[in-house]
Design a protein around this ligand. Sequence first.
Ligand SMILES: Cc1cc2nc3c(=O)[nH]c(=O)nc-3n(C[C@H](O)[C@H](O)[C@H](O)COP(=O)(O)O)c2cc1C
Length: 162
Amino acid sequence: MSRLIIYYSQKGTTDLVAKTLAKHLNADLVRISDLKNRDGLKNKVFGSINAFREAKTDIVPQKVDISNYDTIYFGSPTWSGKPTPAILTIIDRCSLAGKDVILFATMNTNRADTNINRLEEKVKMRGARVIETFAISTKNKSPEQLINDTEAIIKIKDLTMY
Ligand SMILES: Cc1cc2nc3c(=O)[nH]c(=O)nc-3n(C[C@H](O)[C@H](O)[C@H](O)COP(=O)(O)O)c2cc1C
């Protein structure tokens, strides 16, 4: 079973979730960087608007070769109840026909569900079969708590099966 985790993380919490998943699932990792400056309050507002409008952005790497993997994870923070521009940009560049996909979202307190619903629509449009989804609240959590929460989800969702 070969697994690849493709994710975006601005502040590091989704990065920690992705790295914990990768460690326990023996998965490869690709972190997508957004070349737009997303720092500071003004850019946070623009980020929210960009996410709400599902704007694309400039990313690195520009493409990911997923051909050698059976199961692809896509992970994104929740921005305005939506996926981040970087993750939507990379999804639109992946051909997911015949791929099993697992989606995960981080959030402060709410609307990871609408983020995941939109991710689900997007990957299905590109041919994926969504086999599992999950959300993790990161608010006020220490790195240890985030690792524990992620390990709990791996068990509850039986992710080693896929
Ligand atoms: C522009 C922006 C919009 C956000 N919108 C939401 C939101 O709608 N709901 C929520 O619970 N958290 C929201 N958050 C919080 C992030 O989803 C949360 O902190 C996430 O864990 C950040 O992931 P990261 O550390 O990998 O960047 C938002 C954060 C940013 C920067």
